[in-house]
Structures are given as structure tokens and as C-alpha cells.
Design a protein around this ligand. Structure first.
Ligand code: ATP
Ligand code: MG
Length: 397
């Protein structure tokens, strides 16, 4: 058992001693069987939330209406969720009505894929009611039960399936694939925030091409914000040499670049996906740098304006896309900047006001901007006497 499970064993043991069942479930079981690192340990139990709260001294109601209680144990927090069935699915969305049950089988039945419907008992036994282990061995993504029914219940599961294709490099079982292709339009019913999570995970996957190919072939892309007309541009991802995207910024930047979006189109596109404002700003910076993609050099001021994060991202994309503007050129240009930030100038507005008796206002701002520009380009050394003298000349003009 991985360390994370071993640390959680006393918690499971305590639930069992109180007379209830408790298992590890979900992604951590799947990833352990695949030999992958795990990030969150999910525990499922036959005990009801109130019973869990009786068993443990320190608990937090993180999602009690869905049956989840967080148990605090030796500095760790464990999400413990009561076995539940979900009913009253409306409009192809995840239900908000859940019913607590005492049977593990009922709980595993409502899960999306067979590889995600495994449970691990504290003694190391795997409970595999839907041949999830065989599917893990054969690298197959298969819906639990009738695929179409399962996608009617929650259409996000279609997106999750192609996301796992990308993360794990698994193929999608024929009936499951057909059900996605047939019902892709149901994705329109799903909140964009939920689709966003799966889409970014898909783009960050190690086997991105596998995921993107399925995303295109099932036509799920037609029901995602801003992508309905982008089939050819998305297919460009399949032509690139093997690559791995570093983070969400790289994902969105690459997409916007391949779709050939103008800055304002990119902003609209990102807004429609409800990305953060920080992502929108940084993608804008990356795209501005990549306007120079067909030139072998880039002026230092562009890198200065873009700042480190966007320059690094543009550099990574330059490599992936094999642009004429190379990764090395971008990185070196940034690294060799005499200053990285206005605050590093040896003078500032206050100094100019004191030493040159300049007045606050637009002229002072202009002078400072020119000095900044010239220092960044290496035309002036970043020395206060030199800058003061230049400022004096400029303020006379
Ligand atoms: P990750 O490694 O990204 O966390 P995960 O499979 O653990 O993947 P979670 O969203 O953490 O994904 O969900 C935990 C478990 O809950 C899943 O393994 C699956 O059993 C179940 N699950 C999550 N979302 C759904 C869904 N939309 N429909 C059915 N079951 C789901
Ligand atoms: Mg998880």
C-alpha cells in the first residue's frame, strides 16, 4: 500500500470497530493499481454522516448534504463519504439529491467508469464488481452499466472519459465510445466550470493526442465554448511531435495560438470558458510575444513587458510548435534584460521631483517611460547620474 493509504488505515480501522464498513475508493485506488502517484485519498463508508461525527472527535462538515465529512487525524484531513445512490437526475446534470445507503455495491454502481468503481479494503483486498481490473490491464475505459443511461444521468461523464483517455493513454470501449458520439450534444446541459476542469486535465494529459483524437471523433468539441468551428485547428495538435504541457497557461495559450485568435478573440474565448482573469492577462502576454513567431529575434522590450511567466510559456510553445523564434532566443533575451521590473530602475518619480524639481504629471510619466525603455534596450546604463542627466535633457524638450 502507498504511504498515503497506510497513514489513513487507523481512520478506516476506527470506523470498522464501530461496526461499519469502510473502503478506499475512486481515483486513488485506480492510480495505485496503475503504479501512479496518488493525490487525494477518498474513503467511502456504510456509516451515515452523523455516525461518522460520533466516531471521531475532530470533524468538519465539508459537504454533509452529499454525505461527505472531513475527519482530521494527525495533521491529515480525510474526506469520508457515505455510500450513496443518486436519484432524480434532471436535465442530464449531476443530481443534487442523493440517498444514503448501506451497500457498497449500490455506491460503486453510480460511479462513471469501471476503473473508477474499484474499492480497496484495509487488508489490501480489491473489490471489483464491474471488471475494472481487467479494464485496467487492457487499458480500456468502459462505462459502468449501460453507457447511454450513465451519460443521460450526467453528461459530464463523457468529458471525463476523454480526459482519462488523455491522462492514462487508454482507449475507449466501443459501446462507450458510440454512446458518447451519439449523445455528445448533451454536454450543452453541463455548467462550463465543470467542463473546464476536464478540458484542462485533458490538455495536460501525457497522452494528449489520444484524448484530443477522441474529443474530435466523438464530436464533443462541437458542444464546448468557442470550439465548434475549430476542428481543423484542434487537429493540428495531432500533427505535433510528442510534447507535454506544463500548466493551464500553456494549455490556453497553445489553443489560442493554434486557433489563430486575435487578442480580442482570445479574450472572448477565455471568458466563455470562465478562466481566471490572471489566465486572460497572461495568455494575452504570450500571444503578444508569439506575434513575432516568424522572426528569428525578438526585441527585449517585448519580453520585458510580457514578464517571466509569459516569456517562459511562449518559449515552451516555441519549442513545441518549432517556431522560427526559438525557445533559446526567448529565454536568453529575457535573462539578459538589464532590469526585469520598473522598480529596479536606479531612479524613480520621487527622485526626479526632488533632484530636478519636476512636477508630478504627464511629463514626468513620459520621461520615466523613456528612461525605462532605454535602460531595458541597453541604450542607457542603469546608473542614477546618467539617468538624471538624461531626464534633465528630456524634460527640457
Ligand atoms: P482525479 O485523479 O482527477 O482526482 P478521480 O477519478 O479521483 O480522478 P474525482 O473527481 O476525484 O476523480 O472523483 C472521485 C471518484 O468519484 C471517481 O473515481 C468516480 O468513482 C466518482 N465520480 C466522480 N465524478 C463522477 C461523475 N461525474 N459520475 C460518476 N462518478 C463520478
Ligand atoms: Mg480524485
Amino acid at each position: 500500500l502507498p504511504q498515503e493509504f497506510i497513514e489513513a488505515l487507523p481512520v478506516l480501522e476506527q470506523i470498522r470497530q464501530a461496526g461499519f464498513e469502510a473502503y478506499f475508493v475512486g481515483g486513488s485506488v485506480r492510480d495505485t493499481l496503475l503504479g501512479l502517484p496518488i493525490h487525494d485519498v477518498d474513503i467511502a463508508t456504510s456509516a451515515y454522516p452523523a455516525e461518522i461525527k460520533d466516531i471521531f472527535e475532530r470533524t468538519v462538515d465539508t459537504g454533509i448534504e452529499h454525505g461527505t465529512v472531513m475527519v482530521l487525524d494527525h495533521g491529515n484531513g480525510y474526506e469520508i463519504t457515505t455510500f450513496r445512490t443518486e436519484s432524480g437526475y434532471q436535465d442530464f446534470r449531476r443530481p443534487d439529491k442523493v440517498e444514503f445507503v448501506r451497500s457498497l455495491k449500490e455506491d460503486l454502481k453510480r460511479r462513471d467508469l469501471t476503473i473508477n468503481a474499484l474499492a480497496l479494503a484495509p487488508d489490501g483486498t480489491v473489490i471489483d464488481l464491474f471488471s475494472g481490473i481487467t479494464d485496467l490491464e487492457n487499458k480500456v475505459l468502459r462505462a459502468v452499466g449501460q453507457p447511454e443511461e450513465r451519460f443521460f444521468e450526467d453528461a459530464l461523464r463523457m468529458m471525463r472519459t476523454v480526459r482519462f483517455a488523455s491522462q492514462l493513454g487508454f482507449s475507449i470501449e466501443t459501446d462507450t465510445f458510440a454512446a458518447i458520439a451519439k449523445n455528445a450534444h448533451l454536454l450543452e446541459k453541463i455548467a462550463v466550470e465543470r467542463i473546464h476542469v476536464e478540458w484542462v486535465k485533458l490538455l495536460l494529459g501525457q497522452d494528449l493526442k489520444q484524448g484530443v483524437a477522441a474529443f474530435l471523433k466523438t464530436e464533443l468539441y462541437r458542444y464546448c465554448p468557442g470550439l465548434a468551428q475549430q476542428k481543423e485547428n484542434l487537429a493540428k495538435l495531432l500533427e505535433l511531435d510528442e510534447f507535454q504541457l506544463a500548466d493551464e497557461l500553456a494549455c490556453w495559450s497553445l489553443l489560442c495560438y493554434l486557433c489563430d485568435f486575435s487578442i480580442s478573440d482570445a479574450k472572448k474565448f477565455l471568458k466563455s470558458w470562465k478562466t481566471s482573469n490572471e489566465i486572460i492577462t497572461e495568455v494575452t502576454n504570450v500571444l503578444t510575444l508569439l506575434k513575432h513567431a516568424d522572426e528569428p529575434t525578438i526585441d527585449p522590450f517585448s519580453c520585458y513587458k510580457a514578464k517571466e511567466k509569459a516569456t517562459q510559456t511562449a518559449a515552451d510553445l516555441a519549442e513545441i510548435l518549432q517556431l522560427k523564434l526559438s525557445k533559446e532566443t526567448l529565454i536568453t533575451t529575457y535573462e539578459q534584460l538589464p532590469i526585469k521590473d520598473k522598480a529596479q530602475l536606479t531612479i524613480n518619480g520621487k527622485v526626479l521631483i526632488e533632484k530636478l524639481s519636476l512636477k508630478p504629471g504627464p511629463i514626468l510619466g513620459k520621461v520615466l517611460n523613456i528612461l525605462e525603455h532605454e535602460v531595458v534596450l541597453g541604450n542607457l546604463p542603469n546608473q542614477s547620474e546618467v539617468l538624471l542627466q538624461r531626464a534633465q535633457e528630456l524634460s527640457k524638450d
